[in-house]
Design a protein around this ligand. Structure first.
Ligand SMILES: [Zn+2]
Length: 246
């Protein structure tokens, strides 16, 4: 059986904004870069949004440009970005950068508690294709709840393009998203995320009408999942195949 193009890649947009969203960000900036436009959409729709920053990102100042105050600067940047995105509910858990794996049990427990108290209908987390160890860990932390969480996971892309099964139109939210990205001054100093994420979001409209200028791409997985899911889902399985073979 051959697949139609639209079975392989989305040719229309999806709107998740009516769902209450829990966003897991390995570092302060991932949430804005990966799903900032979608976060604004949830807020604009009147849905509840909570953002959790797992680490303080302390290893991001590669050349020591920002000195001892780096963690605080990054925290302030995140707070400003949250204000622009319209998010009032956010937490800094302040685990060490590149150290999520060392505290997996503790973080799992905290995420489980947040899921129970916040009761989200969608959970955003970094995609399984990301290479950064904290991004991979954030995926695994969420993925472990696949058989019990009643809602959906939306995995987002930051440093590595994923193979999406949904596209979200963020044309109207894009200016705000750019403004939020600009708040991360320390991160933009080392990497021109504004330009790069703009390019990525522009590219994600390749299969969409010209009227849509910017889109965010996600791998959306409805949960709870049966144990046999991985064997039956072409798109997701192909990404697992990739990560299992590198
Ligand atoms: Zn990150």
């Amino acid at each position: 059986m051959s697949l139609n193009e639209s079975d392989i890649y989305p040719f229309s947009v999806t709107d998740l904004s009516s769902k209450d969203a829990l966003v897991i960000a390995p570092h302060p900036d991932d949430e804005t870069l990966g799903c900032g436009g979608s976060i604004i959409k949830h807020v604009q729709a009147g849905s509840r949004v909570k953002v959790i920053f797992l680490t303080n990102g302390d290893k991001g100042d590669f050349k020591g440009k920002f000195g001892k105050d780096y963690i605080n600067i990054r925290k302030k940047s995140a707070s400003k970005a949250m204000e622009i995105l319209g998010v009032n509910d956010f937490e800094f858990w302040e685990f060490g950068d590149r150290e999520i794996n060392a505290s997996l049990d503790k973080i799992s427990e905290k995420i489980k508690n947040s899921m129970e108290t916040f009761n989200p209908s969608v959970i955003y987390a970094t995609s399984p294709l990301e290479a950064h160890p904290d991004h991979k860990s954030a995926f695994n932390l969420v993925w472990q709840f696949r058989e019990i969480f009643k809602g959906c996971f939306a995995f987002y892309e930051v440093l590595m393009a994923l193979y999406p099964n949904i596209l979200v139109d963020i044309t109207s939210q894009f200016q705000k998203k750019q403004k939020a990205i600009k708040q991360y001054k320390t991160e933009n100093y080392y990497n021109d995320y504004l330009e790069k994420i703009s390019g990525l979001n522009r590219f994600r409209t390749a299969t969409l009408p010209n009227s849509i200028k910017y889109a965010e791409a996600f791998l959306l997985i409805n949960t709870p999942l049966s144990a046999s899911y991985l064997n039956s889902n072409f798109i997701f399985n192909s990404q697992f195949h990739f990560i299992n073979n590198v």
